[in-house]
Design a protein. Structure first.
Length: 570
């Protein structure tokens, strides 16, 4: 049978210029050198250290139309690897990953090994779809996979032992295993593999995106999207239908967006998946938001607060009444901070009420409510009714409009502690945003206790962490003496961190508290520039300076701090 691979598309030089590795002039010089030395262009780029071997392999794969993936646990179906003998797999340095109908996905590190693909096709009787992986990862996988007693992936091997179960959303139905629902289905196995991989790797979202000739699966890990794989487009409708079945949605409706909820049980814990589909020109795009409560950090002490900022924030949370707002763009961890705050405040002598959109984590002893705009239950209306429930502390998911802001401030002035969020770039901008909504300055100055702005920065991967001495320019930017020997850290990139050099995230938090000077300033309806100047004069730390402190503590790198604080107002 014929191997399955796409025809050659662009020249390597074109791809390199397009990706910004080299300029067009540099390419001309390299091609001239190549002609004189008779060396391959790739070898010249390796010698000049413009490309790493992994980057060169990836680019060659792109040239040939062969996708690149990271081979990790959860990617291989242990029931299919034995279609190829271990000796053959080691000899060719390939490993079968999974089979969909008559197509075998084969991991290889050599995109030019067409004879290997043909040979594997003859041995297995299947059409071969090659994907590129690191050679070391393939060898490790072979040694794990072909052991008699230990399978390549604990999750896939123990699927029949109910390690992943689909939890019914209806009370009348019992929990049933995915394997029992459609035993032997390649689409079910493939879907399970992607879900398990995402949950195991700590992804926050799974993106399933159809394109002209394929569909790509990407995972958002630590706020950044990484491509997992690019299967054939023919498989896409079946995968979307499978997910819709799991979410109890209409599989025949493909013209309008649909939203749903899936709950699976993995390793004894329940994980919620929020399903969202949207029709596009090539088919439905699906995004799954993963809400794994067991991995959520709902403890203020573990979020990355500077000790001084954390002490002041905890002090403010003990106030009997007032308004505290948490600020930042989407995805900056505001909701996690609010959940951590109410977890700290949660006690038997307090009545806590939350109004959220949606309720992300269900917490004990807290009265949680979800807004439903379709039937008129907005933040403002819910908040009015919540005040009749004798609350001590109220958490409002977001202040979106004047009505919600006015009710929240009135609640804070009448003996309630109110916590909420605003989409602003820094902490002083919370004041100007509320004033722009139409809140009277005298009410705001009397009710607002503090504003907390935050960002999430990726932390250096501990597996590939290396130390280095920064240049003088960087020391100057960090506010250090240029002649001082300071050691910083960064990640080289490894399979454990998707070659990014980062693993996990931590927060940086900018807190300003209301004082008599600010109260007087707010009464004059100040601009953001005036507020920021006041805070600077009073030694108020900015997100940028607090982020640089984490660089000096060797937790992250300066480029990462700049990336997340670039929208900060100056």
């Amino acid at each position: 049978m014929k191997s399955h691979f796409l025809p050659r598309r662009k020249k390597i030089g074109e791809i390199l210029v397009g990706k910004g590795f080299i300029t067009a002039d540099q390419l001309t010089d390299f091609l001239r050198t190549q002609k004189e030395s008779s060396k391959p262009l790739g070898q010249l780029l390796l010698e000049e250290e413009i490309l790493s071997p992994e980057e060169l392999t990836t680019i060659i794969g792109e040239q040939l139309g062969i996708p690149h993936i990271w081979l990790r646990k959860g990617m291989i179906d242990p029931r299919i690897v034995h279609v190829l003998p271990k000796e053959t797999a080691l000899h060719f340095q390939v490993i079968p990953m999974f089979r969909v109908n008559s197509v075998l996905t084969l991991a290889t590190s050599d995109p030019h090994a067409f004879f290997v693909f043909d040979e594997v096709s003859k041995i297995t009787g299947l059409e071969v779809q090659p994907v590129l992986c690191r050679a070391d990862d393939i060898i490790d996988a072979i040694h794990e996979c072909y052991q008699k007693e230990v399978s390549i992936d604990d999750v896939m091997a123990r699927m029949d032992e109910s390690e992943i179960e689909l939890v019914s959303t209806g009370f009348e139905k019992e929990i049933s295993e995915i394997a029992e629902m459609a035993e032997g289905s390649p689409v079910v196995n493939w879907t399970n593999m992607v879900l398990l991989r995402a949950i195991r790797d700590g992804a926050s979202d799974i993106h399933i995106e159809p394109q002209a000739s394929k569909f790509q699966v990407r995972l958002r890990i630590d706020g950044v999207l990484y491509e997992l794989m690019s299967p054939k487009l023919e498989m896409h409708p079946a995968v979307v239908s499978r997910l819709k079945v799991m979410a109890n949605l209409d599989i025949a409706e493909r013209r309008i967006p649909q939203d749903g909820r899936i709950q699976v049980q993995v390793e004894g814990r329940k994980v919620d998946l929020r399903f969202s589909s949207m029709p596009g020109i090539h088919g439905e795009k699906v995004v799954l938001r993963i809400l794994d409560k067991s991995k959520a950090m709902l403890d203020l002490n573990t979020l990355g607060f500077d000790p001084a900022v954390l002490e002041r924030f905890k002090f403010l949370l003990k106030k009997p009444h007032g308004l505290i707002v948490v600020c930042g763009p989407t995805g900056s961890g505001k909701t996690t901070t609010l959940y951590s705050a109410i977890t700290l405040l949660n006690s038997s002598d307090k009545n806590l009420v939350t109004i959220e959109d949606p309720v992300e984590y269900q917490l004990d002893r807290i009265n949680q409510n979800q807004v439903k705009p379709a039937i008129g239950l907005t933040f403002a209306k819910f908040l009015k009714h919540a005040l009749r429930q004798d609350p001590d502390i109220i958490m409002v998911g977001e202040i979106r409009d004047r009505e919600t802001a006015e009710i929240a401030i009135q609640a804070s002035l009448t003996g309630h502690l109110v916590l909420s969020t605003l989409h602003t770039n820094d902490s002083p901008s919370a004041i100007t945003r509320l004033l722009e909504m139409g809140i009277e300055p005298y009410l705001l100055s009397s009710s607002l206790l503090a504003s907390l702005a935050q960002r999430l920065v990726r932390t250096t991967c501990p597996e590939c962490k290396t130390d280095y001495f920064p240049p003088k320019e960087m020391l100057q930017e960090l506010g250090c003496e240029e002649d001082k020997q300071i050691r910083l850290s960064r990640g080289k990139g490894c399979s454990d961190c998707y070659d990014s050099g980062f693993k996990g995230r931590t927060g940086i938090y900018e807190l300003f508290e209301m004082d008599t000077g600010l109260q007087s300033l707010i009464l004059a309806n100040p601009s953001i520039d005036i507020l920021q100047e006041y805070l600077r004069k009073n030694g108020h730390g900015t997100l940028n300076s607090l982020g640089y402190k984490k660089v000096l503590e060797r937790i992250t790198i300066i480029e990462e701090v700049k990336r997340v604080t670039s929208v900060e107002s100056v």
